[in-house]
Write a protein that binds this ligand. Structure first.
Ligand code: SAM
Length: 209
């Protein structure tokens, strides 16, 4: 099993060992003192860590998070990372994202479209890590468009949702096509299906070419 980033630990909550970060609770998760459980069934990145994928993340990195939604996962990331830019294009979840960011001085919500990185290029600095969970068609395009922000030795941690690309096709065929497209810009280091936490999702760790 690979190392967890500093600031992410396995701790017991009600007798069950779970991933946890230190920070204000966001989505009704169990807490123990300063620690709060990170539910891998509600977080693709949580599932990637739970399944032992080697993310190459040590903790303290600068992060660009694409598809931040209400901040379930982005808040855990901000608990162990450095500056964390959370891009989300739907106004409704951004209201909750703002609440999650309130006690986190390093979480910066951006109401922006991840397909248009030029609209936030003036705000986002070069980052060590891109986390992507956008669940829309064209997931490889989004990752490719945002590669410009990623440092040379940085990591892309992406959860590819097969059904967002094409509900009718075999997920394995969809993953093969998305990986093929990703590989024009990124070198893929590791892939793993996120079952049993998320059906028809592939977790991918990649680095810029
Ligand atoms: N990552 C979140 C978490 O774990 O808490 C859940 C993300 S949800 C599966 C996918 C999100 O991506 C939705 O909130 C959706 O509005 C957002 N999204 C989809 N396409 C987007 C785009 N082009 N730009 C920004 N956000 C997008």
């Amino acid at each position: 099993m690979s190392d967890l980033p500093d600031g992410v630990e396995r701790r017991e909550f009600d007798g069950v060992e779970r991933l946890a970060t230190r920070g204000e609770p966001v989505y009704g998760e169990p807490t123990d003192g300063e620690w709060r459980a990170w539910n891998p069934d509600r977080s693709k990145l949580g599932a990637m860590l739970e399944l032992g994928m080697d993310t190459g993340v040590d903790g303290g990195e600068t992060v660009l998070y694409l598809g931040a939604a209400a901040g379930t996962t982005a808040s855990h990331v901000a608990d162990f990372a450095g500056p964390t830019y959370g891009v989300e294009f739907a106004a409704r979840p951004v209201r909750d994202l703002l609440d999650a960011a309130e006690p986190r001085g390093n979480l910066f919500p951006l109401l922006k479209d991840a397909r248009k990185p030029e609209t936030y290029a003036h705000v986002v600095e070069p980052v060590d890590v891109i986390v992507q969970d956008v669940a829309t068609r064209g997931q490889a395009k989004v990752a490719t468009a945002n590669e410009t922000f990623l440092r040379e030795d940085g990591r892309l941690l992406i959860a590819i949702k097969a059904r967002s690309e094409d509900v009718t096709r075999d997920p394995e065929d969809v993953f093969a096509d998305v990986l093929d497209e990703l590989e024009s810009t990124y070198e893929v280091l590791e892939t793993e299906r996120l079952t049993p936490h998320h059906d028809d999702h592939l977790g991918v760790v990649a680095t810029p070419r």
